[in-house]
Design a protein around this ligand. Structure first.
Ligand SMILES: [Zn+2]
Length: 287
């Protein structure tokens, strides 16, 4: 029996696949992947019917689905109207996720702009509590709101904030983008197995079970500047971090199930590179 299962898949339509979106799960399975993050980053445009077909195809091919919500979400805006629209976009994304049997709706919480981090956090917290209630009232089940650790220092979404959202809103779970944490920390975090284990332990202790069944994560290498994230780059770019081996070893050592979504510019190809590293380490570590 395997002690741990880590799934891998692309953030968005695989670049080497040209067919319809509903055929993506079958394609991913055929190349050896087992997760797919549907990108609704420019708006939720998939119909209910298409989403349901996608969900069935995913189930048939054992592909774990997630959905990335639109980028135009700012739950800490100083404009009431923007917050309202952001809430609606998140609810719409949760509905689409429900239809396609996606477990997590990944979203970026917002921006600090004129607010202090605490003020921005409280604004977004209130909005998220309302979204959480509306989702429950609408009959959507088994969909979590995944607050992602963001890559720029101007964005709400530090590891602390993401953990805190997960503690204070029942439907929120943390989504750990390892490259973003690395970029935001100026390359000082995600540099050793122990540093990653420290983050996993915090999630285990401070959030608990809902975050770990499985832990939803993003990975790529990244170029950063003083302000944080600049761009995601391919795994073979030697001069950039973080290293997937480090993250993978920590996940295996902590013995937690996880999903790793590749945000590399070569999506599924780097997902396969990561899977290879995982299988090698898994064998060596006896997990
Ligand atoms: Zn994201």
């Amino acid at each position: 029996m395997d002690l741990v299962r880590i799934r891998f898949g692309p953030a968005g339509k695989p670049i080497s696949f040209k067919g319809p979106i509903v055929k993506v799960p079958q394609f991913l399975k055929s190349i050896g992947l087992d997760a797919f993050e549907y990108e609704a980053v420019r708006g939720v445009r998939i119909s209910k019917e298409q989403a349901e077909i996608l969900g069935k195809e995913a189930e048939k091919n054992d592909i774990a689905m997630s959905l990335h919500a639109p980028y135009f979400i700012n739950l800490s805006s100083n404009k009431e109207q923007t917050i309202e629209k952001s809430k609606q976009r998140l609810i719409e994304a949760a509905k689409a996720a429900y239809y396609m049997k996606a477990r997590v709706v990944v979203f970026h919480p917002g921006y600090y702009l004129k607010y202090t981090p605490e003020e921005a956090y409280i604004k977004a917290l209130n909005a998220l509590k309302q979204v959480s209630e509306e989702i429950k009232d609408s009959g959507i089940r088994n969909v979590w709101l995944g607050a992602e650790t963001t890559g720029k220092k101007s964005e709400l979404g530090s590891l602390d904030e993401v953990i805190r959202f997960s503690q204070e809103v029942d439907l929120v779970v943390p989504v750990i983008d390892w490259a973003h944490i690395y970029a935001r920390s100026g390359g000082t975090m995600i540099t050793s197995v122990d540093s990653v284990l420290g983050i996993i332990e915090r999630i285990e202790n401070e959030v608990g079970e809902k975050a770990l069944k499985p832990l939803h994560t993003h990975f790529s290498k990244i170029i950063f500047r003083d302000y944080g994230e600049k761009e995601h780059v391919i795994l073979s770019s030697k001069e950039h971090g973080p290293e997937f081996e480090i993250v993978c070893k920590a996940l295996l050592e902590a013995c937690i199930n996880a999903v790793v979504i590749s945000e590399s510019p070569i999506l599924e190809q780097d997902a396969l590179v990561m899977k290879k590293i995982y299988e090698k380490l898994k064998g060596e570590m006896g997990k």
